[in-house]
Each structure stands twice: as C-alpha cells, then as structure tokens.
Design a protein around this ligand. Structure first.
Ligand code: HAM
Length: 417
C-alpha cells in the first residue's frame, strides 16, 4: 500500500495506458480536423459563481458535486464540465468578432464529487465540441455527426443515439405546470429524491432511476406535446438532417439532461458495453447560456463524451488501441568510456529522429541485453573498449537474433532504414 494513495475516484494513468489515451486523443483530433473545429484550452479552475450560474444552481453538479475552495476573496471551482467555460471564454475574448460561427473542441480533465463506480470517477476526462453563433438545425446535425464519427473511427458500432427536444422556456413552462399537476396527486408514492425534485425541478423526475418512480414516469405527459411551433419545426429539421446523414436515432420524449442550460435539442449516446453508467456522451442546444454569462444573445449547440467510458467500450470490444513505443536502438555498453560514448552517440541518433535508449545504471551487459529485449528494441548496439578502439561495432537485429560487425556510418544507414 502506498503511503499516500490518490483520493477516491482519482486515477493514475500509467505507461501502457497512456499510449492508448494518446491514440484515442489523436482520433478525436483527426475528427476535429475533418470537421474543421479548432481547439480551445480553458483553465481547470474557474470562478465558482460562473459555473453555478452556467450549469444551474439546482443541478446535482452544482448543489452536491463541486470541488470548490476560496483563496482570499476569490472563489475557485475545479471545472465540472467544459461548456460553461467555453461560453465564458467566448464572451471574455469577444470570439463573436472573429466572424461566422465558432467551431471549438476540447479534451481535458473535469471534476465532480460523485460516488465513484465503474465508468464514474471524480476526476474524469471529456472530449467535446461546441458551435457558438448558429441557431440552424444544421449545426445540431454537425455536432451529433462529429460525436458519432469519433466512435465510428474507433470501431464502436454498438451504440444508441437517444434524442429529444426540451423546448424553449415558454414551452417548458407549460410542460412544467402539466408535470406538477400530474405528479402532485401521487407525490407520497414517489421516491424521496423525486419528492424534492417536484418542488425544485419537476422535469428531473423523469431522469430518476428509483424503482418506485418508474410506473409514474412511464405514464407521464411528454414534452414533445407541449412544444411551440418554432421548437417543433427545429426538432423536425434536426431529425431530417440526421436521416440524410444516415445517423440512426431513437426519439426519447422523456430524455432530460442533468444540466440546466439546454433548450430545444437534447441527446445522449449510450452503449450496452458500459454497464450501469451507460452514457458514452451527451449534449444539446443551449441558446441562452452565452447571454446568461454576460454575452450578447448567441444560439449554440455542443456535446461532450467521457474518455474513460470510450476506453471501457473499446476494451469490452477488444479493439486495438495503439502500441507502446519501442526504442529503435538500444546501446548496450561495457565500461565507463563506452557509457560516455553511448550518451553522445544516442544524442546523434536522436537528432536524426531515431529513438534510442541506453543504460544509466551501470548494469551488466546481460542485464542490458535483457532490457533491450523487454523494451522490444529493434536493434541492439554492443559497445566496449575494443569496439571503441577499432571503430567497429556489433549490431544485433533483435527480432532475427543475427549480428553484423559494422563501422559507425554503416550502422547509421542500417538503423535508419
Ligand atoms: P454530461 O452529460 O454531464 O454533459 O457529460 C458528458 C459525458 O461525460 C457523459 O456522457 C459521460 O460519458 C462523461 N462523464 C460525466 N460525468 C462523469 C464521471 N463522473 N465520470 C466519468 N465520466 C463522466 C456535459 O458535460 C455537457 N457539458 C455536454 C455538452 C456540451 N452539452 C453541450 N455541450
């Protein structure tokens, strides 16, 4: 047991795993390139008031799951998600003045003090994309296509896209009143969480996983019956664009999201390979958020996905995820002079773009050969005093176990092939 293990829900990523992460991150970047989204990096610590205002005071994230602290007069929070930060940056740096809709993506750690379980951590990682400055249903389709394309490129096909429209404030107000009228007579039969939600945020009852709520939820009125014409038209067009792209979806009129900023489109991508935390990613439209954070009215839409969950899905499917890097040349050296020579020779090879490793621990030739083998080196160069004097070295091909004696320029030529 380590003397100081990580906090619960915080995970080290070790060599062997980091290569897989790099590989998946490179695929996300590749999709971003193809869809022409540009990267944005925002601070991990954000002003607490901004996150509370953006994500919503009454959400679980803000009311229960924030890692927040004060320093002097400043209130800091470890960001629980990326969308509010992106909107803050958009307002702060006047990104609207750059012209056109802003197409931004990000990859990075997020923090929520949830109860950890498989696929749920306190520090986790998201990749996500946002389009700010477009109300067009085409933008919703672009965002969903970006998200789905990442999984397609990785090789995950077994997934479900659930979609809904949560309307605008006007539609939602009418729906909210209907829901309150529906749930109030059966309030006593609802779970404790849902009783509270009935007071503060009745739509969130639909998201309850509690057994006793399910029958009531199944018969509850659905928001799609309360959408005004504008929201209805928008939703129809989003679905038409998805159909045109061949992206299959399932309408889930009871889909609600855990963040308060959504308007109109809301969606979630789930996978049966994940277990109980089955959401690979989710998102939607948030036409009022930029204004809420002090900017001009700016319609926007985006998604975010969990990297850990993507990893779990890949592992469940046995998908290959990039290999550990191997040294091209291992210099095994005997004696002090050879070790000093290895340092400068490795420098020469590395400057030519060749990855190179040598022993810094003064170990025996046998131990060094073992390491060359363990690290799957392509070549092993054997150096001792005799070789240094003669200028001829033994170069061992590690996969065929054959050896040649060559001078330095011939070695450079051979390992560069
Ligand atoms: P979210 O649904 O809260 O949305 O999170 C998106 C994804 O992040 C989830 O589907 C899940 O894969 C992953 N995730 C969330 N919490 C955890 C956790 N504790 N451990 C591991 N993975 C987790 C958002 O964050 C919105 N910002 C999405 C968005 C972008 N909406 C518009 N633009």
């Amino acid at each position: 047991m380590a003397l100081f293990p990580t906090h619960t829900g915080m995970v080290d990523l070790l060599p062997g795993e980091t290569e897989k992460w790099q590989y998946l991150e490179s695929l996300v970047r590749e999709v971003a390139r193809r869809y022409h989204f540009k990267e944005i990096r925002t601070p991990i610590l954000e002003p607490t008031e901004m996150i509370a205002r953006g994500v919503g005071q009454l959400t679980d994230i803000v009311s229960k799951e924030m890692f927040a602290f004060d320093r002097g007069d400043d209130h800091y929070v470890l960001r629980p998600e990326g969308t509010a930060s992106v909107c803050r940056a958009y307002v702060q740096h006047h990104l609207d003045q750059r012209g056109g809709a802003q197409r931004l993506f990000y990859i990075g750690p997020m923090f929520r003090a949830e109860r950890p379980q498989k696929g749920r951590q306190r520090q986790f990682h998201q990749f996500g994309a946002e389009i700010l400055g477009s109300a067009d249903p085409l933008a919703d389709a672009e965002i969903i296509a970006f998200m789905v394309e990442v999984y397609r490129l990785v090789g995950i096909t077994n997934m479900k896209l659930n979609i809904n429209s949560v309307g605008d404030p006007e539609s939602r107000q009418r729906y909210r009143e209907t829901l309150v009228a529906y749930f109030t007579p059966v309030k006593d039969k609802l779970s404790e969480v849902s009783k509270t939600r009935l007071e503060v945020n009745p739509m969130r009852i639909l998201d309850s996983k509690e057994e006793e709520d399910q029958a009531w939820i199944a018969d509850a009125p659905v928001i799609t019956d309360y959408l005004n014409q504008e929201c209805r038209d928008h939703y129809e067009q989003v679905k038409a664009h998805l159909n045109a792209l061949g992206i299959a979806f399932i309408e889930q009129p009871r889909l609600v999201r855990g963040l308060d900023y959504y308007t109109k489109t809301a969606f979630e991508l789930t996978s049966p390979d994940l277990g109980s935390q089955d959401a690979l990613g989710g998102g939607g439209r948030y036409d009022l958020l930029v204004e809420e954070l002090g900017g001009a009215p700016t319609p926007a839409v985006g998604f975010a996905s969990g990297m850990e969950r993507l990893m779990i899905a890949c592992e469940a499917l046995g998908l290959p995820l990039g290999e550990s890097a191997k040294p091209e040349v291992y210099i095994a050296c005997h004696g002090q002079a050879a070790r000093a020579w290895a340092l400068s020779q490795a420098d020469v090879l590395r400057k030519q773009g060749i990855s190179c490793l040598f022993d810094t621990g003064g170990r025996s030739m046998k131990a060094q050969m073992k390491e060359a083998d363990r690290e799957h080196a392509t070549w092993c160069l054997l150096v001792g005093d005799t070789e240094l004097t003669s200028g001829h070295f033994v170069l061992r091909n590690m996969s065929t176990s054959t050896e040649e004696t060559l001078d330095l320029s011939a070695i450079h030529e051979r390992v560069r092939l």
